[in-house]
Design a protein around this ligand. Structure first.
Ligand SMILES: Nc1nc2c(ncn2[C@@H]2O[C@H](COP(=O)(O)OP(=O)(O)O)[C@@H](O)[C@H]2O)c(=O)[nH]1
Ligand SMILES: [Mg+2]
Length: 311
């Protein structure tokens, strides 16, 4: 049987092999997806983000178990832009999610950066599609932190859960700009510690600044280590899903994400095309020297390259 046939027939080893191809950006992964593209779109994708140590992995583990108890299958992708070879943080995640590794209904894979950052987001999208085709009902994308590249990746999810913890105080202020607003649902984890109510008020105040949106993100207090508040959090995520589906927002959100991904795929290809042919057609290095020596300005150089592409 081909890899492609094995993938649709539920062969976990075929999935594992294709996920490795995805991480390494081998064309075999996208070739399989091209063939099976009509089987994508069935999975619901949930992004789990927030500062390191907030309890994202513990929470993902508990949410996964709650979904498993409801008979759902789950894929988990841990995205780690800090690690080229998926070491460090992921080791902790393995401990946090130990018993999920033996559950046949759960597939866990971490993705590090091999090469440039664009590669990581591309690999993550490919991985999501493979899990989707494989037939997973839910896919989690968990980030290590809230860096820009992670935020860009997690934004592609259908629902984004922003995980915070008490005592972040100034940190909430710091990550507020541009990042807090990607949260569709807020989870204040470690509610067993002091200050959870204050954190809730701070988030409410932040949400008040954006009153005119249709969906006001709910805030759930959870204690992931004790499995407390997990059902409530899951219900709020499901509510967000119903909201997206019933308002038509899910379709437009996915369209928006598809367009962005398409644009960045083309951008990557065009840039590769120009740079790989730099010696001949586009003479990028020669242009760079001309710019440095002030024989040409940078804008004219860019226009010259574009003019050659259009020819
Ligand atoms: N007190 C307390 N500690 C927690 C809770 N959830 C997770 N932790 C601990 O916080 C640490 C970081 O958790 P982890 O899930 O790895 O966080 P991540 O970096 O956001 O993925 C671990 O030592 C967890 O055991 C909680 O609800 N309460
Ligand atoms: Mg983690």
């Amino acid at each position: 049987m081909s890899l492609q046939e094995r993938l649709v027939s539920g062969d976990v080893r075929a999935l594992a092999r294709l996920m490795t191809y995805a991480e390494n950006d081998y064309p075999e992964a996208t070739r399989v997806i091209k063939e099976l593209y009509d089987k994508t779109g069935g999975a619901y994708v949930i992004g789990i983000t927030g500062p390191p140590g907030a309890g994202k992995s513990t929470l993902t583990d508990k949410l996964t178990k709650a979904l498993r108890a409801r008979g759902k299958t789950v894929g988990i992708i841990a995205v780690d832009p800090t690690s080229p070879f998926t070491g460090g943080a992921i080791l902790g995640d393995r401990i946090r999610m130990q018993d999920l590794f033996t559950d046949q209904g759960v597939f866990i894979r971490s993705m590090g950066t091999r090469g440039h950052l664009g590669g990581l987001s591309r690999a993550t999208q490919t991985a999501v599609r493979l899990l989707d085709i494989f037939g997973k009902d839910y896919i989690f994308i968990e980030t290590v932190g809230v860096g820009q590249s992670e935020v860009d990746i997690v934004k592609t999810a259908d629902s984004v859960v922003m995980v915070l913890m008490p005592g972040l105080g100034d940190d909430i202020q710091a990550i507020k700009a541009g990042i807090m607003e990607i949260g569709d649902v807020f989870a204040i984890n470690k509610a067993d510690l002091d200050g959870a109510d204050r954190t809730k008020i701070e988030i409410e105040m932040m949400l008040d600044l954006n009153e005119n949106r249709e969906w006001r993100p709910p805030i759930s207090k959870v204690v992931a280590v004790d499995n407390s508040g997990i059902d409530d959090l899951l219900e709020r995520i499901q509510n967000h899903r119903y909201y997206l589906e019933s308002s038509g927002e899910l379709v437009s959100r996915r369209l928006r994400n598809t367009k962005q991904e398409l644009v960045s795929l083309i951008r990557d290809r065009v840039v590769e095309f120009i740079l790989e042919e730099s010696g001949e057609r586009f003479s990028v290095d020669r242009l760079v020297e001309s710019i440095a020596s002030k024989d040409m300005d940078i804008y004219t150089a860019a226009e010259e390259i574009l003019r050659k592409i259009k020819k």
